[in-house]
Design a protein around this ligand. Structure first.
Ligand code: HPA
Length: 274
């Protein structure tokens, strides 16, 4: 585990050598949400292939670039494309960027994703603010020797998603006439989409949306003591709840159609972030 710390340090010091300011907020962009990256001003683009220990993204719709700059005057570091467990990366690789952000002194993180809607009110194009997650299908990224520099062996998870940021996101949405929902995100490892039986099962357990990311990063961010805001863009009805088969093309298409609202919401949230 010593070598995770080494990897984090090497990646962080490389990024530091490329940017001349201290970012305040990290942003992780999910499937099809890449266009948000275009809203970063004074961009410095660092390809993942240049950063020690970062993997290249293998998923269509995930660019594989870290973008430093400003959004509405706030200093941000944006991951355009993330790493997923289903790509074959160990969890420590999936979550490496989050620890790098923590080492760079970033205290706040905005995590976005595309997800399937389970709750009836969630339709393709809906936006759901994440208020909690079901992570029992997620191999813990904290397994192994604890990295005491970041956080405790048994970190509390009773409030993963920061209440203040959640409130702020609701208010910003209201102010801008953007309808948002709120709910529980349920992690599936993927890459296959869920079966209708799996969706019925997790619905009974309290899941409102299903997806293949976010939870590993949120667990590590929480372990590091970061404040987290999570936003899901609902790209489809979850398996068995709609009348079409699920496909990545559909996910990206819907994300593209809903992009305008999502970009506006995120920009405004960042400008009022406190
Ligand atoms: N399930 C899992 N991941 C997803 C989905 C889904 O229905 N839609 C977008 N990402």
């Amino acid at each position: 585990m010593e070598n995770i710390m080494q990897m984090v340090k090497e990646a962080a010091s490389y990024i530091k050598s490329r940017i001349d300011f201290k970012p305040e907020i990290a942003v992780i962009l999910g499937s099809g949400l890449g266009p948000l990256a275009g809203k970063v001003n004074n961009q410095i683009i660092i390809k993942y292939s240049e950063i020690p220990h970062f993997k290249t993204s293998t998923v269509a719709g995930h660019a594989g670039e870290l973008i430093a700059g400003t959004i509405s005057g706030r200093r941000v570091l944006v991951m355009n494309g993330r790493f997923h467990y289903y790509e074959g990366h160990p969890m420590e690789t999936v979550t490496l960027p989050v620890r790098v952000f923590a080492m760079l002194g970033i205290r706040d993180i905005l995590v976005t994703n595309a997800a399937g809607g389970i709750k009836d009110s969630l339709r393709p194009g809906s936006i759901m603010l994440i208020n909690d997650h079901l992570g029992f299908m997620c191999p813990s990224p904290l397994i192994g020797i604890n990295l005491d520099e970041f956080g405790p062996r048994f970190p509390d998870m009773s409030q993963v998603y920061d209440r203040t940021l959640l409130k702020l996101a609701h208010r910003v949405a209201d102010d801008n006439g953007i309808t948002v929902d709120e709910g529980v995100y349920c992690y599936f490892r993927g890459p296959q989409y869920e079966t209708p039986a799996e969706i019925r099962a997790v619905r009974m357990l309290g899941a409102d949306a299903a997806g293949m990311s976010t939870v590993p990063e949120a667990i590590v961010a929480r372990h590091c003591g970061m404040r987290i805001l999570g936003i899901s863009l609902i790209t489809n009805k979850a398996a068995g709840l709609g009348n079409t088969e699920l496909s990545h093309a559909e996910v990206n298409e819907t994300a593209h159609r809903a992009e305008h609202n999502m970009v506006m919401l995120v920009q405004n949230i960042i400008s009022e972030w406190k």
